[in-house]
Ligand binder design. Structure first.
Ligand code: NDP
Length: 337
């Protein structure tokens, strides 16, 4: 049983030495327990927060403990009447080959699901995040302008496509020409602006000629600076993530812009609301699954995976996620289907 544990806490960007691959005995399930074998494992930005011991909405991973992750697993052995050998489940299994579960919190996957790894993306946590963040907090209306950052990624790609279904003008922001082209040509956004371009703020202002009504925030930093002056009266900002700041060790340089932000929120009556997906919307999972499965099946929603082969590659792939090296939802194939 291979496990990747947190060897040390990063200062700034994580490095390979923060992780360690250990080999341990395969665990044995006791009464009412099942042994799960990991087939796919999700890599997500929130894991950077768990590597740090700063106060957050969830406890940090302890030093020498297995890194946390959502995973798609097969039941290998079962002492639990609710699970049979060969069942597919979504678990919070972590960065390892095998994990024991007492069944609590497992979600059984239907045999009909053609791509089991989709349960970690479009039909899983990132999908629920996009769906609820946009529809419940963003409240998009037909004809409005929606801007979404990290637009080619797991959450952003879905936010923009749902926005199109709801009749919005949708502008993506992504890193590099290839991602921007994909967002427009394949996902059907109206435009996508490269945040690495020297005149990024000007380009964004040009395409948002009627201002911004909904800004789905995934990144923060310089991208938010460019969005702020374009926000319309009564704009909504689902505050989902701030990935550009996750490796930061101190506040950004430059003048303090807090009063600028608060003044803008006040006079434009803007509503900005953070959310933590399962805490706030876990109870609406079935509603999301029904609608998203329908959209996916009908081809109205497209989905791209960035798949890595092998558990041992997970640290490198995760370090790359925080630098924009993934193109689509990052998933590791840990074992055979
Ligand atoms: P993605 O698949 O979008 O991958 C992350 C992307 O972020 C990268 O590909 C890169 O895209 C972009 N990025 C990385 N660093 C920077 C930077 N310095 N400046 C600008 N962009 C950067 O990840 P997810 O879709 O899984 O997550 C998107 C966001 O949603 C994250 O902030 C995450 O924490 C948040 N989230 C929040 C949840 C909640 O409950 N609140 C739940 C799930 C996700 P590019 O190359 O285009 O710049």
């Amino acid at each position: 049983n291979r496990q990747i544990v947190l060897a040390s806490r990063p200062t700034g960007a994580p490095i390979a030495a923060n992780f360690s691959l250990n080999k341990v005995e395969r665990p044995i399930p006791q009464q009412d327990e099942v042994l799960l074998r990991t087939v796919y494992m999700s890599l997500d930005p929130y894991m950077r927060g768990r590597m740090s011991d700063a106060e957050s909405y969830a406890d940090p991973v302890a030093i020498n403990a297995v890194m946390v992750a959502g995973s798609v697993c097969i039941v290998e052995q079962s002492n639990n009447d609710d699970y049979q050998v060969g069942d597919w489940v979504v678990a919070f299994g972590g960065w390892q080959d095998f994990v024991i579960s007492n069944g609590v919190g497992l979600i059984k996957l239907s045999d009909q699901l053609p791509n089991k790894s989709y349960a970690l993306g479009v039909l899983g946590m990132p999908g629920l995040t996009a769906y609820m963040g946009l529809l419940d907090i963003g409240q998009p209306k037909a004809g409005e302008t929606l801007v979404v950052a990290a637009a080619s990624g797991a959450v952003g790609s879905l936010v923009g496509q749902i926005g199109k279904i709801k009749g919005c003008k949708v502008i993506g922001i992504a890193g590099g020409a290839e991602k921007c082209q994909y967002v427009v040509d394949e996902l059907g956004f109206d435009a996508c602006i490269d945040h690495k371009a020297a005149d990024f703020a000007q380009q964004l202002a040009n395409v948002c000629d009627n201002g911004i009504d909904v800004y789905f925030e995934n990144v923060g930093g310089a991208v938010f600076d460019a969005v702020l002056p374009l926000l319309n009266t009564c704009a909504r900002i689902p505050l989902c993530g701030l990935i550009s700041q996750y490796n930061a060790t101190e506040l950004p340089e430059g003048p303090d812009r807090l009063s600028l932000l608060m003044g803008k929120l006040l006079v434009k009556r803007i509503r900005m609301q953070g959310f933590i997906v399962f805490d706030d919307y876990g109870h609406r999972y079935n509603e999301f699954m029904t609608q998203m499965s329908e959209w996916l099946l009908s081809g109205q929603i497209k989905y791209k995976e960035h798949r890595i082969e092998g558990l041992e590659k997970a640290p490198e792939a995760f370090i790359g996620l925080l630098k924009g090296e993934n193109f689509g939802k990052l998933v590791v194939r840990v074992g055979e289907e």
